[in-house]
Design a protein around this ligand. Structure first.
Ligand SMILES: NC(=O)c1ccc[n+]([C@@H]2O[C@H](COP(=O)([O-])OP(=O)(O)OC[C@H]3O[C@@H](n4cnc5c(N)ncnc54)[C@H](O)[C@@H]3O)[C@@H](O)[C@H]2O)c1
Ligand SMILES: [Zn+2]
Length: 653
């Protein structure tokens, strides 16, 4: 009982921060863990305290907003953490369906959007009010705030009185844009959306460029839907932004397959979803099954493994990269995140540490990212224990040289002798898209620098078998393989050679563009800034970096050494001639089902086509995937041909 009291107090405090302040103290997964413990104890003891969070929807209403009483209550959702739990729910409902003689059920499967629930009231064809879910019965009137969302129609064809529900979200691309210049970055898109809608000043809401997906008609006069499909069609007809992801399924095998497919692909969506919602489609069945205190019995939410967690920062160390840039690495109290134990997380630079208020001993939010190491999103607003500020380093942790500042970043200027700089430059130099020298692992490279008197990347071409054979673990075969691979790398395509040089801001794509434009190394070296910026996608910064590189005597000495050692970049032949997509420009938008964006891009380019990031009259095709947004709209406006993945396949075959 004591533990229950503890949990209730803690959960209510967390819920207050989450629902009322839009500034959670802990990650959802941590909240859910405690919540589940409370549910278990309530079942065990058979007692439920009157203030238990298991008994109510949402939180208190904010002062300052007018109140809105919903025409029909808004609910929470029952949750399943596993397919087995969905299966158990299905069996439970099936029993009742059979007992009541209702038709065999089918299920709709939808994204579970992670944003803020909004309830829109229409009357006479006009949007008359918008409200938050609040406690499910009464919400906060946020009409002016919601009107800043462009995709929400102010006028619709249907003239009766009705309320529809949806989720206000902040697209991840918008969040990223916003955070680039924000004084203190927003921790995640869910809180960003919730905080924006519940801001008393609608002009602040407008700055976050929110969007919304509408998924339910909660109340309607003068119209009856037989099922989910009819309701969704009605929403579409009235021009609501309904997700294009929509499946109608009949059994658990299909549900399992679809849920797993979305889970595998969800990181490519431009908005957060934290699970999938399974709903029985037939409205008569829904009515018969009814509701508990908190949620409908005819629906269940499947929660994906959490991508965010909270944990403590134990210490911070600094890594020195290829360009000498120092990057902080946070060491964390170990925590489980999406099936892995996390002990380290990245930060960008010292300024980032300050902006995110990261300190030693602080509880922080971390988020799994595409990279192996998760990133720190920010510190929790609630801290206990001692906090120690992270000192700004003054000297290189690897070589002791005094650091230099450039913008928000710290650099070790000792590019000639600082070991980690040399090593990572070499790792980059030999990588697959650069000189493509196999068998040279990072470990081997470290060893070469450690034991042999090698000073720069060019020296790799002077390595001898005696030098290598003298090292521990190097036998004839291994040594020969390495030397063969080094020899074989001497005639790289020009684009690979340019990329290998490690010019700042010149990635694979820019290297390719430079090679295609200038064809030879000498012509690139002689390029003027005007010629460089004339290339599409090359701006002033990159152009200046290229110019600076060729003016740097040290770099030029190294390149000369490479040429002296027999390295000969091959002349670029320009556009790959004769490809099936020769001369065609593509723009990719939305989530693709069969390829990642990158794969699709590479495929198109390998066939001689070009890809661009914005739609214009020059665009030949827009390849539109799931949930394509503004680019698709623009393509329609300009009359650009819109194709599907299957169309693309056909064009290439
Ligand atoms: N971090 C914290 O401190 C903290 C505190 C309180 C609550 N929470 C989080 O909030 C959750 C509980 O909140 P809840 O009761 O609002 O439940 P919920 O947000 O998990 O699920 C219910 C909501 O899902 C939304 N939804 C999204 N897509 C939908 C769709 N396609 N169909 C129907 N509904 C859809 C609806 O708006 C509905 O209100 C917890 O699981 C927890 O993770 C976190
Ligand atoms: Zn150094």
């Amino acid at each position: 009982m004591e533990r229950m009291r503890q949990l209730i107090d803690k959960l209510n405090d967390y819920a207050y921060r989450y629902y009322v302040l839009d500034d959670p103290a802990v990650a959802d997964a941590e909240y859910d863990r405690l919540y589940d413990e409370l549910v278990r104890l309530e079942k065990q003891t058979g007692t439920i305290e009157p203030d238990s969070p298991t008994q109510r929807v949402g939180g208190k209403l904010l002062e300052g907003f007018r109140k809105h009483t919903h025409l029909a209550p808004l609910w929470s959702l029952d949750k399943a953490q596993s397919i087995e739990e969905i299966s158990a729910w299905q069996e439970r409902t099936n029993k009742q369906i059979d007992a009541l003689g209702l038709p065999q059920p089918s299920y709709s499967l939808e994204y579970k959007f992670d944003g803020l629930t909004i309830n829109l009231t229409y009357n006479g064809g006009y949007l008359v009010s918008a409200a938050t879910r609040g406690n499910g019965t009464v919400g906060e009137d946020v009409t002016e705030q919601v009107k800043t969302i462009q995709s929400i129609p102010l006028k619709i064809d249907f003239a009766g009185k009705m309320e529809v529900q949806g989720e206000a979200i902040m697209r991840l691309s918008e969040l990223e844009k916003y955070n680039r210049t924000a004084e203190e970055p927003l921790k995640n898109a869910r809180n960003a959306a919730a905080g924006a809608i519940r801001n008393l000043d609608p002009s602040q809401t407008a700055k976050r460029h929110l969007d919304a997906f509408i998924y339910n008609v909660g109340y309607i006069e003068g119209k009856i839907f037989a099922n989910h499909q009819e309701m969704i069609a009605f929403l579409r007809d009235n021009r609501f932004n309904v997700s294009s992801y929509e499946r109608i399924l009949t059994d658990i095998a299909e549900i399992t397959e679809a849920v797993n497919a979305v889970d595998a692909e969800r990181e490519r969506l431009d908005f957060l979803i934290d699970g999938m919602v399974v709903k029985i489609t037939d409205f008569q069945t829904r009515e018969a099954l009814g509701y508990t205190q908190k949620f409908p019995r005819w629906a269940i939410a499947y929660k994906f493994a959490a991508e965010e967690m909270t944990t403590k920062v134990l210490s911070v160390t600094w890594d020195v990269g290829r360009t000498g840039k120092l990057t902080p690495l946070a060491h964390l109290e170990p925590v489980e995140l999406a099936g892995a134990t996390i002990q380290r997380a990245t930060l960008n630079n010292y300024e980032d540490i300050l902006r995110k208020r990261v300190q030693i001993g602080a509880d922080v939010f971390i988020r799994r990212s595409n990279d192996v190491i998760p990133e720190i999103l920010g510190a929790s607003p609630v801290q206990d224990g001692t906090l120690i500020p992270i000192p700004k380093p003054t000297h290189c942790p690897a070589c002791g040289t005094a650091l230099e500042e450039n913008g928000p970043n710290l650099f070790c200027p000792n590019s000639l002798n600082c070991k980690p700089q040399l090593t990572s430059r070499m790792v980059h130099f030999v990588s697959r898209d650069a000189m493509d020298i196999e068998n040279l692992s990072e470990k081997t490279i470290e060893l070469i620098f450690e034991k042999l008197d090698i000073k720069d990347i060019a020296a790799i071409y002077t390595l001898t078998d005696e030098q290598l054979l003298a090292q521990e673990g190097f036998k004839e075969k291994r040594t020969q393989n390495i030397l063969d691979a080094i020899e074989a790398s001497k005639k790289p395509p020009l684009s690979h050679f340019i990329y290998a040089l490690g010019i700042s801001n010149v990635g694979k794509k820019t290297a390719k563009d430079l090679a295609r434009t200038f064809r030879t190394y000498d012509r690139l070296k002689a390029a003027t800034i005007e010629e460089l910026v004339a290339i599409r996608d090359v701006g002033m910064v990159v152009a200046q970096d290229v110019i600076d590189f060729f003016r740097n005597e040290n770099y030029m000495r190294v390149v000369q050494e490479l040429f002296d050692a027999g390295v000969q970049p091959q002349e670029d032949k320009g556009e790959e001639a004769g490809g099936r997509l020769e001369g065609k420009t593509f723009v990719l938008t939305g989530t693709l089902a069969q390829y990642t964006r990158k794969q699709a891009q590479e495929l198109i380019e390998s066939m001689g086509g070009k890809t661009s990031s914005s739609v214009s009259k020059k665009t030949d095709y827009v390849l539109a995937g799931e949930d394509a947004g503004s680019k698709l709209k623009k393509a329609r406006e300009l009359g650009v041909t819109i194709i599907s993945e299957d169309d693309l396949k056909e064009m290439m075959s």
